[in-house]
Design a protein around this ligand. Structure first.
Ligand code: X6L
Ligand code: MG
Ligand code: MG
Length: 170
């Protein structure tokens, strides 16, 4: 069994529904178990800033899929949920990015793991550290929690993991 972490973001339409549908699509699979789900964070857009705020989460999964097959599955879910690639770094119904796959370093034409620059993105690191505070960066062996002071600006809790109608327990 392989352990992976996936960042999921949405900034079009019913953002929470897209997150929920993406998690459900993964958890419905025989080959994948969703082990942990962070709180939902509302986050200011990074990269291309002239777009709506995102909802972001990070999930931890166990899967028998290879990293390459997991990427295909994530891209299939994005397509199912209506993602259209219009502008680079632009608005999207849903985006699933593989952050980590075991403690492997992967560099192929289509996939780089750990996700490049994930350690600089608060909308990734804050939810990751919530569910995996002891996670080590496979590139340098350092704890993500100690690598850099996490800049929390632009990232706030939107729905706490322990609260409400969120998809925990469904
Ligand atoms: C210089 C140049 C500095 C580019 C930063 C950062 C580019 C992040 C792209 C960058 C640069 C990205 C999300 C987002 C995107 C998301 C929030 C990206 C790719 N996805 N902002 N921006 N949440 N809050 O999921 O991350 S586009
Ligand atoms: Mg992304
Ligand atoms: Mg992506």
């Amino acid at each position: 069994m392989n352990k992976a972490f996936i960042s999921i973001g949405s900034n079009i339409g019913e953002r929470e529904i897209y997150l929920e549908e993406a998690v459900k699509a993964l958890s419905d699979r025989e080959d994948t178990k969703v082990e942990s789900i962070s709180s939902i964070y509302e986050t200011a857009p990074v990269g291309y800033t002239d777009q709506a705020d995102f909802l972001n989460i990070v999930i931890g999964i166990e899967t028998t899929l290879t990293a390459s097959d997991l990427l295909s599955v994530c891209q299939g879910i994005e397509q199912e949920l209506g993602r259209k690639r219009v502008i680079r770094w632009g608005p999207r119904t849903v985006d699933l990015d593989i952050l980590l796959y075991n403690e492997e370093k992967i560099e192929t034409e289509s996939l780089i793991v750990p996700h490049p620059r994930m350690a600089e993105r608060a909308f990734v690191l804050i939810p990751l550290l919530e569910i995996a505070p002891d996670q080590v960066n496979p590139l340098n062996g350092q704890l993500y929690s100690e690598e850099a002071a996490v800049q929390e600006e632009g990232v706030q809790i939107w729905c706490h993991a322990s609260e409400g109608t969120y998809f925990k327990g469904k």
